[in-house]
Design a protein around this ligand. Structure first.
Ligand SMILES: *[C@@H]1O[C@H](CO)[C@@H](O)[C@H](O)[C@H]1NC(C)=O
Length: 264
């Protein structure tokens, strides 16, 4: 089958239930009016993604992988202490996609600090762990500056959300359109395919799946604390200030990311 063409064939004997799908429902299942993603929004997202650019390339380094024990790692695979497993409940509706009060939802996103994940590591130690060389910490040249991958994705998600919202509302763009935010689609796609997840999500149609199901995760609080312990004291800004002026501003150890248990 060609990559671009998908042909669907009806399966024999599957016609009957199409007449009456009430048998597929369970009354206790909570359903909402949420939709996967409307076509106008998707079209908008694609248009936006193809026209966005953000100045500066310092988020585009070759980033280390999330640690995972592996017997067949290539010789250049970086080595890390793995994060602890946690078990978390995912919800279809979270405070991060609430439409009840969009001012409050925007505030939640605004308080997420991707810059918390910018760390400084001893260059010698980083080399032993097979990390590629990276830019100097301006205040200490024995250290290299790295961006923890998960925080890189938070950065991407925030840019995409802001840009989509502004495009839908016809507002001027906060992040100058172009290749930088377009990069986020490739980054997130690679993250998703790299972290293949076999959790079977229950569904009864109605545009929801997996509401309230438990997932295996890795400890975000452990990652957050690791970032705090190794912080490069980097601040994010929207304006184009010189790279060096981002450094020298430490956060308070919080990245603004809500714990799963606080979603409900
Ligand atoms: C939405 O939330 C903001 C911030 O908490 C609040 O000031 C505002 O009154 C709320 N709006 C409505 C319509 O409830």
């Amino acid at each position: 089958m060609s990559r671009n063409t998908h042909n669907y064939e009806p399966v024999a004997g599957e016609e009957e239930w199409k007449q009456d799908d009430s048998s597929l429902e369970k009354s206790h299942i909570h359903t909402t009016k949420s939709r996967w993603l409307s076509w106008p929004a998707l079209a908008c997202l694609l248009i936006v993604s193809n026209t966005l650019t953000l100045a500066g390339g310092y988020y585009c380094w070759n980033l280390p992988r999330t640690p995972r024990s592996s017997d067949n790692a290539p010789p250049n695979a970086p080595s890390f202490e793995p994060l602890q497993d946690t078990w978390e409940t995912f919800w279809w509706n979270t405070p991060y996609n609430s439409m009840e009060n969009t001012t409050e939802t925007d505030m939640l996103w605004d308080s997420i600090l991707p810059s918390h994940g910018i760390i400084a590591l001893d260059r010698e130690q980083a080399g032993k762990q097979n990390l590629p060389d990276s830019m100097y910490l301006p205040s200490d040249h024995t250290k290299g500056v790295y961006l923890l991958e998960s925080y890189h994705y938070l950065h991407c998600l925030k840019i995409l959300r802001t840009t989509l919202t502004e495009a839908v509302e016809g507002k001027p763009f906060t992040h100058h359109p172009g290749a930088h935010s377009n990069h986020c689609f490739g980054a997130l796609l690679q993250y998703i395919t790299c972290n293949a997840d076999t959790t079977p999500l229950y569904t009864f149609g109605k545009f929801t799946a997996g509401d309230g199901q438990v997932h295996q995760c890795r400890s975000w609080s452990q990652l957050r604390d690791y970032a705090t312990e190794n912080t490069a004291c980097f601040r994010d800004t929207v304006e184009g200030i010189p790279l060096g002026e981002h450094f020298g501003y430490c956060d308070d150890g919080d990245d603004g990311v809500m714990d799963f248990m606080d979603y409900v």
